[in-house]
Ligand binder design. Sequence first.
Ligand SMILES: [Zn+2]
Length: 309
Amino acid sequence: MKKLSVGIDVGGTFTKIGLVDAKGNVVHSLQIPTEPKKGPLNFVRRTVALLNGWSFGSVGLGLAGGVDARTGTLLFAPNLKGWTGFSFKKAFEKSLGVSVVVDNDANVAVWGGYAVALKKRPCTVVGVTLGTGIGGGLIIDGRLHRGATGSAGEIGHQVLELNGPRCHCGRRGCLEAYAGTYGIQRLARQFMRRPPSPLTPKAVADAARGGNRGARKVWDVVGARLGQGLANLILVLNPDAILLLGGVARAGSLVLDPVRRVFASQPFREPFKTVVLAAPSDRDWGVVGAALLSRERSSPVLGRLLVKC
Ligand SMILES: [Zn+2]
């Protein structure tokens, strides 16, 4: 078995491609525009041309949307319009001659964080990717849980407030409408007298660390809403750990302290006392996770080890 695998993280605007070793280190990487309008076949051809000369044993692909992981087909993707119904697994395997796995981008990112940052020790993990949108991945008994239609883990779209702010999914009051990038921007406009420009979560975090009261209030609300969403999942799944990934997790204690306060106020004590809150330093978890997942799937020995958590 070749030691290296390729991980490809396909977003609506950019695609990150990395050559990843067995420990999850990215030894070589590049980024290309996704250009969804040119169609999925054009994307496959451009990517395959870039991999020419690389030596690898498997490929993993994370797509921003709903994915049928068995056939490697994209089922639903607001940011990759025109790509649905296309089997990326089939197209890449035909061109590259190696085993290819395809999954949702949040699922592969959570798998990367689980394998590298948590070393696969906990059995049950709720993973959250915090960015423009809020994605999620569930690991149950050491395996990615996809659900009946591959749609499990849509953590960002649990409704926290019936008449809350509008979410990009069209409904109101989803977790993402508070703690996704656009939710944070809305709160910053609401609470800060002079919101920073450009208005990014990092700029709001810097202002909060500099003592800006409005900015601190923004993070208190973001953390409280995130805590509320996570508390729902903790009551359902009783996980060993919560894994927070993505740019917003860089806000550190600004967002984690209010999450912890929500946990401390819960009437059902046990699951909240034991759960570990992990926010590892930011990396291209989507690239890392896609590559590691493909490596494990392509090896029957490693695949069997997956059940040992
Ligand atoms: Zn939503």
